[in-house]
Design a protein around this ligand. Sequence first.
Ligand code: MN
Length: 130
Amino acid sequence: MTLSKSILVVEDNEENADMLCRRLELRGFHVSLARDGVQAVARARDALPDLILMDLSLPEIDGWEATRRIKYERTTSSIPVIALTAHAMVEDRQRARDAGCNAFETKPVDLDKLLVVIDRFLGTGATAVA
Ligand code: MN
């Protein structure tokens, strides 16, 4: 048995957020949600999640800026951030890396593929669950 790891989902689209949170919870993750960039930075600081899934198009401040702030703060800088975005262009990917994102997955999310990436950072064996 693995200890339940916590994931902060940052997503402003309610439908996407509900689906992603539910599916991650089914895999045994402890999931919390932030609906904009300001909330994301605050939640990251308060909850210190094991990993963050970051939508890039967000209200208040966008996912690039939220990631920059999370990576700038000493207490949250080591939390892996995986960018989730429909922006699939090479420059968007580069912008995400420049902001400090550790990985990049395109939307719509392929959950099996995403779980492999999550597992790479957390070593949760999440991919072993069929
Ligand atoms: Mn969005």
